[in-house]
Design a protein around this ligand. Structure first.
Ligand SMILES: Nc1nc2c(ncn2[C@@H]2O[C@H](COP(=O)(O)OP(=O)(O)OP(=O)(O)O)[C@@H](O)[C@H]2O)c(=O)[nH]1
Ligand SMILES: [Zn+2]
Length: 338
């Protein structure tokens, strides 16, 4: 039996015969069974734009959800006015379980973690090959955040007209991270957009990269013209302009083939929240080797009793893989700019 609140009016409604046989309409707030599913496209000061049945609906989080924030990519249930018309406001009453979480903290000492994007399948790490110079430590940090959060990483190396990708790619060969090399010229007049799209099809891909790497040039080449982020944030569905660049923004790929989630340029990627055992799960060749590690082993090369050394010496895994894993796990102890 459906449960109504303590409100006596509601109890009254339950026993009232309903000749039309449909659910009683009352002045009380809609019941959650009526909720419709949607996806959060962007967030602006507590107002969330959600895609519901092809419409962009503005919503607020219901108070009953407490402190848990809904973020871009979240699958949510909404009630209230779902027309998407101007000046209407729906309520988010449920946030679905997340399949992945891209998290960051402001810096490594900051215990306050932010979920940047939920439910992304893939993390596209956008790095220029020059101007600005690539920052391998930053790439490593993004990789750790991806592995920790359950996203598959993808390297997008831009500005190939300025420098070669060979040297940078050497460092990522043992990790087997897929990559694509692009330039503005190839994106705008060549086949680069098609090559990148092939790696994005039917997935939700979060894009990260710091200012100046060519992320806007890239994203604009991927999503249809009327859906782009231009000056300020443009509502991905209605095209109406707005005034913030602080939130991520989900943009649809053509033909419903997935989503690009553009994130605001991040300068740092604090990794306070990272759990080494979650990162290890992304290394199925090394993971079984941790069985004999002492409890709470960080596997980062600083632990004398880490069992991974023996695992590799015994020939169970490639030493280059362990080196790469340790480079990633120790990235928290290093300063970011190095
Ligand atoms: N040489 C060269 N320049 C590029 C390329 N792609 C983008 N640029 C230039 O690099 C600068 C930054 O590009 P954006 O696409 O705005 O980069 P962004 O990462 O979005 O940077 P912000 O807008 O600052 O967040 C612009 O002047 C672009 O014209 C490229 O492939 N080659
Ligand atoms: Zn260990």
């Amino acid at each position: 039996m459906r449960r109504y609140g303590k409100n006596p009016d509601e109890d009254d409604i339950r026993v009232r015969p309903n000749p039309k046989g449909n659910r009683p309409r009352t002045h009380t707030r809609p019941k959650h069974e009526d909720a419709q599913d949607g996806m959060v496209l962007t967030v602006d000061r507590g107002r969330l734009t959600c895609l519901v049945d092809g419409r962009a609906v503005t919503a607020m989080k219901a108070r009953e959800l407490g402190r848990k924030a809904a973020v871009v990519g979240d699958r949510v249930s909404l009630v209230g006015d779902l027309s998407g018309e101007k000046d209407t406001l729906a309520r988010i009453v449920r946030i679905g379980a997340r399949t992945s979480v891209l998290r960051r903290t402001a810096d490594d000492d900051d215990p306050f973690e932010r979920v940047v994007v939920a439910n992304a399948d893939q993390l596209a790490i956008v790095t220029a090959l020059a101007d600005p110079e690539p920052r391998p430590r930053m790439i490593d940090r993004c990789l750790v955040a991806a592995y920790d959060g359950g996203l598959t990483p993808l390297l997008v190396l831009t500005k190939s007209d300025l420098a070669s990708a060979d040297k940078l790619l050497e460092a990522y060969t043992p990790l087997g991270v897929p990559y694509v090399v692009t330039s503005r010229e190839e994106l705008e007049n060549g086949d680069a957009a098609g090559r990148v799209r092939e790696l994005l099809n039917d997935r939700v891909t979060a894009f990260v990269g710091h200012s100046g790497v060519g992320k806007t040039t890239l994203v604009n080449a991927l999503v249809p013209k009327d859906r782009r982020r231009t000056t300020g944030v443009v509502n991905a569905v209605t095209g109406r302009g707005r005034h913030t660049t602080t939130s991520a923004l989900a943009l649809p790929l053509p033909d419903g083939r997935g989503w690009v989630v553009d994130t605001p340029g991040v300068r740092s990627f604090g990794l306070h929240h990272v759990d080494p055992s979650r990162v290890i799960n992304a290394f199925p060749d090394l993971q079984p080797g941790t069985e004999n590690c002492p409890r709470g082993c960080t596997h980062d090369g600083q632990e004398p009793e880490c069992a991974l050394d023996a695992w590799v010496t015994e020939g169970h895994a490639d030493p280059a893989r362990l080196d790469s894993l340790r480079r990633l796990l120790s990235t928290r102890e290093r300063r970011e700019g190095d």
